[in-house]
Design a protein around this ligand. Sequence first.
Ligand code: COA
Length: 118
Amino acid sequence: MLIRFKKNMEKIAMGLLSFMPDEKKDVKKLQNTIKEYESNPNWNLYLWKEEDVLGAIGVRVEEHHVIIQHVSVNPSHRNMGIGKKMINEIDQLYQENYTVYAGEEVQDFYQKCKSDNV
Ligand SMILES: CC(C)(COP(=O)(O)OP(=O)(O)OC[C@H]1O[C@@H](n2cnc3c(N)ncnc32)[C@H](O)[C@@H]1OP(=O)(O)O)[C@@H](O)C(=O)NCCC(=O)NCCS
């Protein structure tokens, strides 16, 4: 299930976000990203928790839309549908009040999830 990120989950969240192409080569950027999720009320990070935390999905909320900025799944648990479940849950959470978009890095995977749903 999708749970809201809390500060005591910082290490696991950083580990997951570090798989994003734009974050993985730059520790400073990753630290800034996690700080933004902790402090900016418009940046919301969620974790996918089964027995362990297996995925992360982060959004930026703007006036009329929500942008999915980060999606990442533990490499040992990929291709089991977790990424798609996270995308679908975020859509359900926000689509009543916002238009949901995927950020540049998430675009292809988001389209793939939407086309699987039809
Ligand atoms: C992208 C990612 C989140 C997918 O998570 P996942 O739990 O393995 O995804 P699912 O099991 O729900 O879906 C797997 C399907 O998505 C496809 N897929 C994976 N990454 C994709 C991408 N970047 N673009 C399009 N399709 C992609 C797989 O080929 C697979 O297709 P199939 O079902 O037809 O075989 C995961 O591979 C990951 O963490 N990658 C590293 C982080 C990253 O690059 N994020 C940016 C892209 S979101």
